[in-house]
Design a binder for this molecule. Structure first.
Ligand SMILES: C[S@@+](CC[C@H](N)C(=O)[O-])C[C@H]1O[C@@H](n2cnc3c(N)ncnc32)[C@H](O)[C@@H]1O
Length: 359
């Protein structure tokens, strides 16, 4: 037994294998449970054998992070702490997801006690070189790296690795291979860093999530209450054709300035969008909160806007609204169905909520 094997054995013997009896598939959604017979011959140190991808999410809004992933991956997902597991490829989605730090393919999941056996049993398909990073792992990255090196015969490369192995978890260990990291420069686009400011524009991360929650993959993105263009900016930066409408021409001028500053463009129209009469596939909007406007007047605007969506929406709309309004009820009254109800943002006086409506 070499030094690494001894240390692994020592650390793992002190581990807890009872987790094998609490394996995720036993409590997993139906789409995972259905195939549980595949686990019959699974060694007890492995938690499950499924082809799954994993997203490492930020902790700002975990429910929104999961909804974004499910919408773009087209599959329901399972969340465990800051990891979201989905039986679909997430490769490339890290470039557009707002609340995901990085995406991975799951190599295997094992118990703490079974870590050594699982590392030994795994067929390490390392093409050139690799790096190991850990998050809360009971065994340190250099030790795991040394072990993979011995098994695969490939070199460690800390700076520009071809393969990046990530080990998550303290008790249930998830060993993943990196697809890619989120490199979106959200902070650069915050309201205060734009040439034309607007007090109620949302954080670019939230705006990006709203765009993603419309499920857009191609086609035109529409914000019928575009204000200074926060949502249009995120959609345009993802490469979608955009159309913004606002009743206030001063705000349209601000949207124009902001989009131009970041090198993108959108069609911008001055109109009362409650009267729009055209088919809309992917819509996101932030309803007005109305300084100096009564709630009653705002409610009338909300009703008119959601009725307009009821007449014109073909696909999905992500609608942000204040906590005191029952926008999901308006969505249903307009003949649309509700896919998600999410809570987005709070301060002392206001919680912003999001409802995803679809035809
Ligand atoms: C909360 S702001 C939108 C902020 C925007 N997302 C941004 O990034 O600046 C709501 C916007 O709805 C617009 N609005 C209100 N009633 C409208 C209507 N009937 N038709 C079109 N726009 C309207 C307001 O002028 C305001 O710009």
């Amino acid at each position: 037994m070499n030094l690494i094997t001894i240390r692994l054995a020592h650390l793992c013997e002190n581990g807890d294998d009872s987790l094998a009896n609490d394996a995720p598939w036993r409590t997993a959604p139906t789409h995972i449970r259905k195939t549980s017979d595949r686990h019959k011959n699974l060694p007890n140190f492995l938690l499950y054998r499924k082809e799954m991808d994993v997203a490492w999410i930020t902790q700002d809004f975990p429910a929104i992070a999961q909804a974004e992933i499910e919408t773009l991956a087209g599959k329901s997902a399972k969340q465990n702490g800051d990891l979201v597991f989905v039986e679909a490829s997430l490769k490339g989605l890290e470039k557009r997801l707002a609340f995901t730090k990085a995406t991975y393919t799951l190599l295997f999941s094992c118990t703490k006690k079974g870590m050594q056996k699982a590392f030994e049993a795994h067929d390490w398909k390392i093409t050139k070189d690799f790096r190991v990073t850990t998050s809360r792992s009971p065994l340190p990255a250099p030790l795991l790296g040394h072990f993979i090196k011995t098994k695969s015969g490939k070199q460690v490369n800390l700076h520009t690795p071809t393969n990046h192995v990530m080990v998550f978890g303290r008790d249930k260990i998830h060993v993943c291979q990196l697809h890619g990291e989120n490199d979106s420069q959200f902070e650069e686009r915050r309201g205060r860093n734009r040439p034309a400011k607007h007090p109620t524009t949302m954080h670019p991360k939230l705006a990006r999530a709203m765009v993603n929650l419309t499920g857009i993959k191609k086609g035109t993105f529409v914000d019928p209450m575009c204000g200074s263009g926060g949502l249009l900016l995120e959609a345009a930066l993802l490469g979608f054709t955009c159309e913004g409408v606002d009743i206030d021409s001063r705000l349209l001028a601000k949207a124009q300035q902001n989009l131009q500053y970041f090198g993108v463009s959108s069609k911008l129209t001055k109109a009362d969008s409650t009267k729009l009469n055209k088919k809309l596939s992917h819509v996101a909007l932030d309803l007005p909160y109305g300084r100096g406007t009564t709630r009653k007047d705002l409610e009338k605007t909300y009703q008119a806007m959601i009725s307009m969506l009821g007449r014109n929406l073909k696909g999905k709309a992500a609608i942000m609204y204040p906590h005191w309004a029952d926008v999901p009820a308006l969505v249903k009254k307009a003949g649309l169905s509700v896919c998600y109800e999410l809570e987005a943002y709070s301060h002392r006086l206001l919680t912003r909520k999001i409802v995803i409506a679809k035809r």
